[in-house]
Design a protein. Structure first.
Length: 74
C-alpha cells in the first residue's frame, strides 16, 4: 500500500477541511457552485480536494465584491 494523499473527501471531511458547515457544501453543490461526484446512486457525495480548493478560491474572490455592494446599498 502506498502513502499517496487521499484525493476524495466525504462531505463531512470536506466540511472539516474547509471549516464550513456540511449544509453549506450541500447547498453549493445544489447551486452548481461546487463540483461533486455521486457514489452508489444518489446517496453519497464525494469531492476532490482540488474542486473544494477552487470553490474556496472563488468564494474568497467574490467576498470583497459582495461587501462593497452591500455597503453601497446601505
Amino acid at each position: 500500500m502506498t502513502d499517496l494523499p487521499i484525493e476524495w473527501l466525504t462531505v463531512r471531511e470536506a466540511a472539516v477541511y474547509s471549516r464550513c458547515g456540511v449544509k453549506t457544501l450541500y447547498r453549493a453543490v445544489q447551486r452548481g457552485d461546487l463540483r461533486a461526484a455521486r457514489v452508489g446512486g444518489r446517496r453519497k457525495l464525494v469531492l476532490r480536494r482540488a474542486w473544494l480548493d477552487a470553490y474556496l478560491e472563488a468564494a474568497a474572490d467574490k467576498a470583497p465584491q459582495e461587501i462593497v455592494r452591500l455597503l453601497k446599498a446601505a
